[in-house]
Ligand binder design. Structure first.
Ligand SMILES: NC(=O)c1ccc[n+]([C@@H]2O[C@H](COP(=O)([O-])OP(=O)(O)OC[C@H]3O[C@@H](n4cnc5c(N)ncnc54)[C@H](OP(=O)(O)O)[C@@H]3O)[C@@H](O)[C@H]2O)c1
Length: 259
């Protein structure tokens, strides 16, 4: 089945892991978006070679962009470039995927670790969403836009995690304490809820999505899910989002996760 994402899409952290696979599957979909903005910290660097090759293979479809979620200047410049490149200035889907994890016990975790992870995983998606909001608003309100909310109209997907769930913390905490990561992603969930309430009136759908435990640099080789299967599921969920999913926290199979 083809995940329907007809408009323009921007993915942060798209040079490796889940972000790269999102761009790859969007490019190779039988019904691809009209345009893909593949954002990452260093699009010209050695860690973005696979992404650059993908962009070369699909020159009409993919634009690579420099965007560091901890650097307001790069976010603003990326939003300006996207505005210039889009014919009508409308961005339909923003996927806030970029994140870091500094694992460790309470003893290993101090102010530096907490702040660095919070800045990247929570403040970053807020700043990125804020900067791209004019493009999302244009998409949501353009003539002929559907009245129902969806990723084809305008949506923000914040990539969260099961580890953000306060209710289910006891299931995984002892094997993976990850204080900064868990706290930053629980805060990302609240950011998701705030934005979803704020932007509902504009017709912009905001939700959070857990990709599963995935074989990436972050997830490790022992993870049960391949990036292919995770992203296939994520794109199916994203393409079927509607009004009922405003502010939801779902997993890659579309199942709801308790806060
Ligand atoms: N893998 C899992 O099991 C798992 C489970 C639950 C949730 N997630 C979530 O899924 C998302 C993707 O994770 P992943 O597994 O693909 O991780 P990953 O393999 O470690 O990749 C992380 C991506 O984020 C980028 N990034 C980090 N800091 C950034 C910044 N300040 N600005 C821009 N980009 C930045 C990295 O770019 P550089 O190459 O420049 O560092 C890289 O592209 C994250 O939100 C993560 O929390 C993953």
């Amino acid at each position: 089945m083809c995940a329907r994402l007809s408009g323009s899409v921007l993915v942060t952290g798209s040079n490796r892991g889940i972000g790269l696979e999102l761009v790859r599957q969007l490019c190779e979909s039988p019904c691809p978006p009209t345009h893909i903005f593949a954002a990452c910290r260093d699009p010209d660097g050695p860690n973005a070679k696979v992404l650059r090759d993908l962009a070369l293979k699909h020159p009409q479809l993919v634009t690579t962009l420099c965007l560091d979620t901890t650097n307001q200047g790069t976010i603003a410049e990326a939003a300006r470039l996207v505005g210039d490149q889009l014919k009508d200035g409308s961005l339909n889907l923003l996927i806030n995927n970029a994140a870091i994890n500094i694992p460790g016990s309470l003893a290993d975790t101090g102010e530096k670790e907490m702040m660095e992870v919070f800045l990247t995983n929570t403040v970053g998606p807020m700043l990125v969403t804020k900067e791209f909001l004019p493009h999302l608003r244009t998409a949501a309100s353009r003539p002929g836009a559907q009245s129902e909310m969806s990723c084809r109209r305008a949506a923000v997907v914040n990539v969260s995690t099961l580890f953000s769930s306060i209710q289910r913390c006891h299931e995984t905490f002892l094997r993976a304490p990850m204080y900064p990561y868990r706290v930053s992603k629980a805060a990302l969930n609240m950011l998701t809820r705030c934005l979803s309430e704020d932007l509902r009136a504009d017709g912009i759908l905001v939700m959070a999505l857990h990709p599963g435990w995935v074989q990436t640099d972050m997830g490790g080789p022992q993870a049960p899910l391949s990036t292919e299967d995770s992203v296939k599921g994520m794109l199916n969920v994203i393409s079927s989002l509607s009004d009922q999913h405003v502010g939801a926290l779902l997993d890659w199979e579309g199942k709801s996760i308790p806060w």
